[in-house]
Design a protein around this ligand. Sequence first.
Ligand SMILES: *Cc1c(COP(=O)(O)O)cnc(C)c1O
Length: 220
Amino acid sequence: MDRTIADQVRALLAELPPGVELVAAAKTRTPAEIREAIGAGVRAVGENYVQEAAAAVAEVGRSVRWHFIGHLQTNKVKKAVELFDLIETVDSAELAREIDKRAAAADKVMPILVEINSGRERQKAGVLPEEAESLVREIALFKNIRVEGLMTMGPFEGNPEDARPYFRETKKTLEDLKALSIPGIELHRLSMGMTNSYRVAVEEGATMVRVGTLIFGPRS
Ligand SMILES: *Cc1c(COP(=O)(O)O)cnc(C)c1O
């Protein structure tokens, strides 16, 4: 028998340890599907596209927190700052500067995560672990952005165990940054793990897992 979205959410929430938040990764899903997940206990929804998110937020409302987890283009920053409660994918000072500018105009302080390219794949988003410190120091100076932690994808495919070294390195990067006590920031979030890898991510210290397929079924 097929399990419903609500069944899947309840099972995941029961499985995740305290302190680990479930972010329902909702790209391509309908507002009705998102609402079913929320009805079963989801409190944060991840969206990859600003336009799609605007429609979802309009229909589903603000009883949940909305996270941006896609690649953010500069010309979408203004809208993203209005829509989202957390932008998880900041990986350049230019993008941060634009977020700061738009957040200042909206009289808001925008919480963000810095995305780490832990797999060191050339075509992937994120900064390399060794570049994180200089970017975080730079962003910490912006008044209308608050860095709250790190996010990583790691490699998508394959055995979940293959992701473990990348999650471990990202956790270490977070701990190294914390030890610097950079003024003005508090690094307490670590977003990593998806459907195939969330268990390994939790073992390696994730405080947020971004799960789509396991909740909603395969994307068509
Ligand atoms: C789609 C997506 C996820 C969820 O992936 P699943 O394999 O469907 O769980 C997590 N993070 C990001 C950034 C995504 O784009």
